[in-house]
Design a protein around this ligand. Structure first.
Ligand SMILES: NC(=O)c1ccc[n+]([C@@H]2O[C@H](COP(=O)([O-])OP(=O)(O)OC[C@H]3O[C@@H](n4cnc5c(N)ncnc54)[C@H](OP(=O)(O)O)[C@@H]3O)[C@@H](O)[C@H]2O)c1
Length: 267
């Protein structure tokens, strides 16, 4: 692997201690990757964190690592495709912690790359049910919980594939575009009610899918990034913490690329 691929050291990302003291944050899709890094960063910033996904073992490891660092975490097994499970998750969050201040809707599912004509109906359904329907239902229920407490911050996960087309990823890209429209609309609906809704749109980030690629597939991904490296989950997590916090108190309806400059040169 090219040394520059890893040239950022997660330990050099400044701690955001105290930024979320007293807050309760939910990470949907927190069992690994960007979601797990975000759950840890939210906890380091002082939030009590509910981590949800399907993989109980992954959730348990994330919660344990948060507790080992002195934080508080509650793992809740949840399939975002099942609205009843998402409702139970939010009800449990409010009943255990009494409130929901911030939610990071990160759960996402890709499909194997294929020209659009060769996508299966299952590829299309999986992208829509997780990346779009699941997140819309979660956001609706989170908004209700936040309205009951008088405010909050929601961050929805999109991608640079939500701001430009990507060959072979048509169904995924469609849902990542759609989540931006839903988030901007929700931001408008609830702007006067002290709820902010924002979107993060990462470029390539070093989680399992990219880590497992052979060097010849990873090299062109790195070359397409002006900063000439793949981003780290911790770099997305730091942005999520900031957007959750009052440090971003006048920001709503925004879409923030976290892409090493990838989109600056045009989609
Ligand atoms: N890595 C990148 O380069 C990149 C770039 C742009 C955007 N993104 C987006 O960032 C998000 C996280 O990506 P990642 O790379 O960290 O991926 P990942 O390692 O595959 O993590 C995906 C997360 O989503 C959860 N999830 C998937 N299906 C779910 C379901 N039905 N119900 C509940 N949770 C579910 C997974 O948990 P379980 O499997 O345990 O349920 C896991 O926690 C995704 O939305 C992805 O599209 C990633």
């Amino acid at each position: 692997m090219n040394a520059s691929t890893y040239s950022q050291d997660p330990a050099r990302i400044p701690a955001q201690q105290g930024l979320l003291s007293g807050k309760v944050a939910l990470v949907l899709g927190g069992s690994r990757g960007i979601g797990a890094a975000s759950a840890r960063a939210l906890a380091r910033a002082g939030a009590r964190v509910v981590v949800a996904a399907r993989d109980e073992r992954g959730l348990g490891e994330v919660a344990e690592s948060i507790r080992a660092s002195g934080g508080e975490a509650l793992p809740v097994r949840t399939d975002i495709r099942d609205a009843a499970q998402v409702k139970a998750l939010i009800d449990q969050t409010v009943s255990v912690y009494g409130r929901l201040d911030a939610a990071f809707n990160n759960a996402g599912s890709g499909h194997r790359p294929a020209p659009f004509s060769e996508l299966t109906v299952e590829d299309i359904d999986e992208s829509i049910s997780v990346n779009l329907r699941g997140i819309l239902v979660a956001m609706k229920l989170e908004l209700a919980a936040m309205l009951a407490r008088g405010g909050g911050s929601i961050i929805n996960m999109s991608s640079t594939a939500g701001l430009s087309g990507v060959r072979g990823m048509g169904a995924y890209s469609a849902t990542k575009h759609a989540i931006i429209g839903a988030s901007k609309s929700a931001a408008l609906d609830h702007a006067s009610q002290k709820i902010r809704v924002n979107v993060v749109a990462p470029g390539p980030i070093l989680t399992d899918r990219i880590r497992d690629l052979p060097e010849e597939r990873r090299a062109p991904i790195v070359r397409a990034v002006p900063m000439e490296r793949i981003g780290l989950p911790e770099e997305v997590a730091a942005t999520v913490v900031w957007l959750c916090s009052d440090a971003a108190s006048f920001i709503t309806g925004a879409v923030l690329p976290i892409d090493g400059g990838r989109l600056a040169g045009g989609a």
